[in-house]
Design a protein around this ligand. Structure first.
Ligand code: SF4
Length: 439
């Protein structure tokens, strides 16, 4: 039996796709093994958003070759779509497959026989129209279910549309079928993933279905206790969706909403499709329907043209906003984007300073949100990982908690009371005897 190992860089969507490809291999009789387990084949799924994607890719190939010098190495994913030729020139690479080809690995690389030169199979991204559905299945605690791919927006800093193509989705019927398969595995939580989930519903180049209808159908799937939307653009998170989540027992009160800048001038330069007033109104709406909702925010600092004043607008906007944490991205130049030609480049040291300020703000916000939850009763989904005799989990509203390790609690939903925020910004819960009643 030939052995195959996978390595994934980047987002949840990549993880979901690696997992789908892994199942294709297993169906064909390959054995999925760990990276270090001397596999015959390595599949490395890359990301274009990662800084130094080329160096990271090279490093992983080198490590693979050290473990299994005769292995076959195939590179797939966003970076493979953007720079197929460069990747094929990295030492040790046997094949590079683009966005359209990655799901046909087994057929296209027939038997994984090494050639004199690396194979490069990457059609132009505009030819990539097919949607391949799938979900990750690593442990049973949480699964990433892919519902959408690609993006029709043209944010001036982003290479994702070039790497993943036009917006397209699975049908609701297909997604429900996948969700039912997941439900049969005793998975407790499903995270909906996509590039631009709010744009769900484009099938065969035509808008045919709506996200809200997908959510309503998923809500009826028996055997899945929780659904989480990984991220959604503010202009697409409409009142109907917010209201639905507010009433649903399964869609959790947790939203991750990219803002990118708290300055309208910067939002325009970034070519985002909303301004700060819309963003703020979405937060107000969520909080009025779900006062305990956890809201996370993506923000980019150091974008060209961002003056000290613009940055302070962002800082102050976020400081006043009722959100729980920030994901701070430091702008870095990407080839083939409009932003790379813009004036007003922010010096690297200034970018680092701004990024640090926002990271400190994020820590403060998270602590304040956690503190606001102390004394409340929540439900925690306990995970597999153990650290110094402790286990961890998240509440429905995304508070990270810790408890004494108990194997019986892994992948279990338990009602608990939040007691105290500790020095690591993790919440301690009430003593196990009181806590661990059956949900
Ligand atoms: S919405 Fe903008 S940032 Fe997000 S994937 Fe599309 S182009 Fe990129």
């Amino acid at each position: 039996m030939r052995k195959v190992a996978f390595y994934t860089l980047g987002c949840k969507l990549n993880f979901s796709e690696t997992s789908t490809i892994g199942r294709q291999f297993e169906e064909k009789g390959y054995k999925k093994v760990e990276f270090s387990d001397t596999p015959d084949i390595y599949i490395i799924n890359t990301c274009s958003v990662t800084d130094n994607a080329d160096k990271k890719c090279q490093k992983i190939v080198r490590e693979a070759k050290k473990i299994a010098p005769n292995s076959y190495v195939a590179i797939i994913g966003c970076y493979a779509q953007l720079k197929p030729k460069e990747i094929s020139e990295l030492e040790g690479v046997d094949a590079v497959l683009g966005a359209a080809e990655k799901f046909r690995l087994l057929e296209l690389l027939d038997g994984f026989v090494k050639d004199d030169a690396p194979k490069v199979l990457a059609t132009e991204i505009k030819e990539t129209k097919e949607f391949v559905s799938g979900y990750s299945m690593n442990d049973r605690t949480r699964t990433f279910l892919k519902v959408q791919d690609g993006c029709n927006y043209k944010c001036s800093f982003c290479t994702i549309p070039l790497a993943r193509g036009k917006s397209r989705s699975a049908t609701i019927a297909d997604i429900i079928k996948n969700a039912e398969e997941i439900a049969a595995t005793d998975t407790k939580e499903v995270v909906l993933t996509g590039v631009n989930i709010g744009d769900f519903g484009i099938i065969d180049g035509r808008r045919q279905e709506r996200l809200i209808d997908l959510l309503k159908e998923l809500d009826k799937v028996e055997g899945i206790e929780r659904f989480r939307i990984s991220s959604i653009e503010p202009n697409l998170l409409d009142e109907e969706i917010i209201e639905f989540c507010g009433q649903s027992d399964k869609f959790v009160p947790h939203f991750h909403i990219p803002l990118q800048s708290g300055s309208d001038k910067m939002l325009e330069l970034m070519r985002r499709r909303y301004r700060t007033d819309l963003y703020k109104s979405r937060i107000t709406e969520i909080k009025s329907q779900m006062p305990d909702a956890c809201i996370g925010v993506d923000v980019i600092i150091g974008f060209p043209g961002e003056t000290e004043e613009d940055f302070l607008d962002t800082y102050n906007f976020l400081n006043e906003l009722d959100v729980a944490y920030l994901h701070v991205f430091t702008y870095s130049e990407r080839p083939n984007t409009d932003a790379v030609h813009m004036d007003g480049v922010v010096p690297k040291a200034e970018r680092a300073k701004r990024s640090k300020m926002l990271r400190i703000l994020s820590d403060k916000k998270k602590r304040a949100f956690y503190e606001s939850q102390i004394g409340t009763q929540r439900t925690v989904l306990f995970e597999h990982d153990i650290e110094e005799g402790k286990m961890f989990g998240f509440t429905e509203n995304y508070v990270r908690v810790e408890a004494k390790y108990d194997p019986a609690l892994v992948n279990e939903l338990k009602d608990i009371e939040l007691v105290k925020v500790n020095d690591q910004n993790i919440v301690e819960i009430k003593e196990p005897e009181i806590v661990y009643e059956k949900h």
